[in-house]
Design a protein around this ligand. Structure first.
Ligand SMILES: Nc1ncnc2c1ncn2[C@@H]1O[C@H](COP(=O)(O)OP(=O)(O)OP(=O)(O)O)[C@@H](O)[C@H]1O
Ligand SMILES: [Mg+2]
Length: 298
């Protein structure tokens, strides 16, 4: 068997909650090349975050496992940086210090203090946050915090960037702006990325492949859709591109026709139908809006 850069093989997990067993995932198989951008999409509760957490080493698979560049994943490590949905910055540290914390973890022994400072500033520049490096998280917006979270992860030079709905809590304009930034950063740095999203257009716009998950329990990968759209990608040009429209239609069909959300069957389904019929950019499956921005200290 040929090993890929990142190999997720036969992964299953059973959670034990107060003696009750719950099988969340079953036989998940996914192989990524270096530099590939893969999105995970599926209905709420199907197990996307659980897959990501297993790759991050935050959860242990009950069966199967994850191998990154020939090494089995057993614990969290700086080679797999995670961007969480709710920006997880340390509220008492400045923007600069938040990135510094991660940089020191990885480069304390190999870069001098001056080199580290330059590297931190470089990564803050990549996400256009160098102007706010002395601010505290409580003093910047949700989108800005998310930028810092991304800079912090990029600065660790991880082998794999794991993003759990990184733009889910942002308004549509900020989200579009950050998606464009992420595309240009990835084009420049060649990061290997797994990103969870609820947003069909985001998945098609950013990904090389879209991994569509079935509903749980015992969720698994239903279909994998290759996105062979040339890069760099321009959102405005693509909105009218028949190939783009066809790809997003395939994702929508998977989610609403082949694997509709079991919870939706119990209610009058007009909202879901409306979501399918609406044009861009309203194909975000979740009803998230801009967060209140000031909650991450909790
Ligand atoms: N630590 C845990 N203990 C018990 N059950 C868990 C645990 N973590 C997740 N689950 C269950 O596993 C299933 C998958 O959860 P997961 O968070 O991976 O879903 P998700 O696809 O990320 O959902 P969402 O889109 O809402 O974030 C859910 O039924 C959830 O309740
Ligand atoms: Mg999740």
């Amino acid at each position: 068997m040929v090993m890929k850069y990142l190999d997720i093989t036969g992964v299953g997990i059973e959670f034990d909650t107060n003696g009750t067993k719950f099988r969340a995932l079953q036989n998940v198989n996914l192989k990524l090349d270096q530099g590939e951008f893969v999105s995970l999409i599926g209905h709420s509760g199907c197990g996307k975050s659980t897959v990501l957490n297993i790759v991050a080493g935050l959860h242990q698979a009950t069966e199967g496992g994850v191998v990154l560049e020939g090494t089995q994943v057993t614990d969290p490590g700086p080679d797999r940086a995670v961007v969480f949905q709710n920006h997880s910055l340390m509220p008492w540290l400045s923007v600069y210090e938040n990135v510094e914390l991660a940089v020191n973890q990885v480069f304390k022994k190999t870069k001098s203090k001056a080199e580290r400072r330059e590297w931190i500033e470089h990564n803050l520049q990549l996400v256009n946050m160098d102007h706010a490096q002395n601010k505290l998280p409580g003093e910047i917006s949700g989108g800005m915090k998310q930028r810092v979270g991304i800079a912090r992860c990029l600065a660790m030079q991880p082998k794999v960037l794991l993003m759990d709905e990184p733009f889910g809590a942002l308004d549509a304009l900020t989200r579009a702006h950050l998606q464009d930034s992420l595309m240009s950063i990835q084009a420049e740095l060649g990061n290997t990325v797994i990103m969870i999203t609820h947003d069909v257009d985001e998945a098609v716009l950013l990904s090389d492949r879209i991994v569509m998950m079935t509903n749980g329990p015992a969720a698994t990968i239903g279909e994998i859709l290759p996105v062979n759209l040339p890069r760099p990608r321009d959102r405005l040009a693509l909105a009218e591109d028949p190939k783009f429209v066809h790809l997003r239609q395939q994702v929508l069909e998977f989610l609403y026709a082949k694997h509709s959300n079991p919870a939706d069957k119990e209610k009058n389904d007009t909202t879901e139908v409306a979501a399918v019929l609406e044009p861009m950019p309203s194909t975000n499956l979740s009803a998230n809006t801009e967060d209140s921005n000031e909650t991450e200290a909790a």
